[in-house]
Design a protein around this ligand. Structure first.
Ligand code: PBG
Length: 328
């Protein structure tokens, strides 16, 4: 039946009715809050490329993590930021390295929170690449990097990480990491794979945040081409076969179609990463009063969930819950 018997506006008349018929909403439990961790004590360094975000030393990270827990956000995602870089990312493998210490402190002091460790070499290599370079130095050596990733993953698991999230896009890394975890007695540590990670300009502000700003090469030989969607399904299928427990699409807003396709093709928990560039675009526009921050954050997070994501990694997680952006 069409108009005038049918009037779509009847169900939009009042806020009460709109709430009743709303199909998708974002809950605090859908969110994951990323943090950048630095050495030292009582260190809080504002990240100029991402207004409102800071690099934190472990003591202040623990304080923030209590806030995250109290807001009922279930998890944090950790990135280490260090000046100690070399060709084999040795700082990432140390038992008492930055992330390892952060994980121990969090698991001891805020045990309710799930701790996810981003696993990648780019914050620790002097090349700024996500793995070890080939002898010729012109590309990342896939298989040599696998060994290193497995080694770093073990130190994170040893420290108490709940979930390891490899973001390097090497082939075979999920299998290598799963093998290492199972062999060394960590069968319960989960893997969230950055399965469909695109070579994206939206990572721009992250480079400053994570101190990989000197990076001049290209990640296009390992991260995906933005023109491809089918390929994302192959990446996800391979990672699941190798033992991934959850998969991710990254970035989020420019890849909602990919989120939708992955969510329809695979019955596994799906994360979407709303990355630094998405955050910075919205934050800067809001600060210039070009957009209503509350509405735009709510609208974009809802869109990512509506596309099919179960979990959303967003730098807005704490602000969105604390300021009630997601409230009905
Ligand atoms: C490291 C990594 C990056 C991001 C997450 N992990 C940068 C990159 O691959 O260039 C980006 C996150 C963001 O932009 O918020 N491999």
């Amino acid at each position: 039946m069409g108009f005038p018997q049918t009037r779509m506006r009847r169900l939009r008349r009042t806020e009460a009715i709109r709430r009743m018929v709303r199909e998708h909403r974002v809950l605090p439990s859908n969110l994951i809050m990323p943090y950048f961790v630095v050495d030292g004590e009582k260190v809080r360094e504002p990240i100029s490329s991402m207004s409102g975000q800071d690099r934190l030393s472990v003591d202040l990270l623990v304080k923030e993590a209590r806030r995250v827990r109290d807001l009922e956000i279930p998890a944090v995602l950790l990135f280490g930021v260090t000046e100690k870089k070399d060709c084999e990312a040795s700082e990432a493998c140390r038992d008492d390295g930055l992330i390892q210490r952060a994980v121990r402190a969090l698991k001891k002091q805020v045990p309710e929170l799930a701790v996810i460790c981003d696993l990648c070499c780019c914050e620790y290599t002097d090349s700024g690449h996500c793995g070890i370079l080939t002898p010729a130095g012109d590309d990342v050596d896939n298989d040599a990097t696998l060994e290193l990733l497995a080694k770093i993953a073990l130190t994170y698991a040893e420290a108490g990480a709940d979930i390891i999230a490899p973001s390097d896009m090497m082939d075979g890394r999920i299998g290598a990491i799963r093998d290492a975890l199972d062999t060394e007695g960590f069968p319960d540590v989960a893997i969230m794979s950055y399965a469909a990670k695109y070579a994206s300009a939206f990572y721009g502000p992250f480079r400053e945040a994570a101190g990989s700003g000197h990076f001049h090469g290209t990640r296009k030989t390992y991260q995906m081409d933005p023109g491809n969607a089918r390929e994302a399904l192959r990446e996800v299928a391979l990672d699941l076969e190798e033992g991934a427990d959850m998969v991710m699409v990254k970035p989020a807003l420019a890849y909602l179609d990919v989120i939708r396709e992955v969510s329809e093709a695979f019955a596994v928990p799906l994360a979407a990463y709303s990355v630094s560039g998405e955050y910075a675009m919205i934050k800067n526009a809001a600060q210039q009063k070009l957009v209503d921050e509350r509405m735009i954050v709510r609208e974009t997070l809802t869109a990512i969930k509506r596309a099919g994501a179960d979990m959303i990694i967003t730098y807005y997680a704490v602000e969105a819950v604390e300021k009630g952006y997601l409230k009905d």
